[in-house]
Design a protein around this ligand. Sequence first.
Ligand code: NAD
Ligand code: WQD
Length: 341
Amino acid sequence: MSTGEILVTGGTGFIGSHCCVSLMKQGYRVVVVDNLSNSDAGVIDRIASITGSRPAFYIADVRNADEMDRVLRRHDISAAIHFAGLKAVGESVAVPLRYFDNNVGGTIALCQVLNTHGIKRLIFSSSATVYGAPDRVPVAEDAPLRPASPYGHSKAMVEQILADLSHADPEWRIGILRYFNPAGAHESGLIGESPRGTPNNLVPFLAQVAAGQRDALNIFGNDYPTPDGTGIRDYIHVMDLAEGHCAALEALLQGQPGFTVNLGSGRGHSVLDVVRAFEAACGHAIPCHHAPRRAGDVAEYYADPSRAMTLLGWESRRDLESICRDAWHSQCRQSNGASQR
Ligand code: NAD
Ligand code: WQD
């Protein structure tokens, strides 16, 4: 499938940039919009190095209707993938209005301008955070939604808004993708996760400790009811995630009605599993300390990914070892000056 231009909001960010690579490898022409609030324009050069062609790129905010209108007038967009948003759970507790404005307000503004241009195919980045503490694992899409932070609420609200929109106008076809724990990087190491400030997530934090940029990893909790006492999550390689978006896009463009689908590997790994896999990838021991549980963390969750296979023919292919190897490769390239920002 290679027709049409695809709008990618947040396309210079971590997941969006990898998705651009997958889309372009499949022959799609990509139009990136990003306000660079959490990324760098240099990512576009690195996407071009990997794929051999440059996506169109606009520095714009999805909440700015005039800017978005100008972009859409210049292109023949057949669908949008909406990554743009804020994602730090802790920050969302401190500044909830910023999260609702950007994540909820941004999506409403985007849908309005898409509607004006008759573009009614949309893929939305949701999160397993909408499930909160699940009653059971693996977590399937029909599990109750119990988000536990303003960030999580913003994702659940957008899901509801999009459901109401497609109910009101069945021409809209919307794919909601709930990601579990994305990690890793493109195998080239040219793009990856390069968080500003202290990383919130385990894998980028571990990468910085392994590179000597931080002293030690704090392992949050070793008394969970899990085999080794540390938290269990479903880590999914970012390139698997990117390919999941291509499968979702393909389905929408071929006329499949909207869907809500988990994107996870279906496998749970503990914090200690991840530390061991990262030590194998970087070739040396990583200093770790035990620390108290982090507020809001749950003991264990991982996806039931079967709906993604049934509806989209997609499943993750890369394992924890690949995630750590590629994250480490990307970290080394960043440390060596091939900065991702
Ligand atoms: P990211 O911060 O790396 O990328 C988001 C991009 O959106 C950034 O480049 C940022 O500059 C841009 N952006 C933010 N607000 C914008 C706006 N109003 N207008 C235009 N651009 C804007 O984050 P990511 O990890 O790539 O996440 C992408 C999406 O996936 C987010 O919606 C996030 O909530 C969701 N998600 C992420 C994870 C994760 O663990 N990384 C898990 C589940 C869901
Ligand atoms: C993973 C495990 C920690 C850091 C978050 C968001 C979720 C989604 C994915 C956006 C847990 C432990 C971590 C550290 C540690 N993002 N840990 N020391 O919390 O599962 O999910 O990212 O939608 O919404 O909440 O991911 O990577 O922070 O933590 O021990 O320094 O690693 O306790 O068990 P989390 P994480």
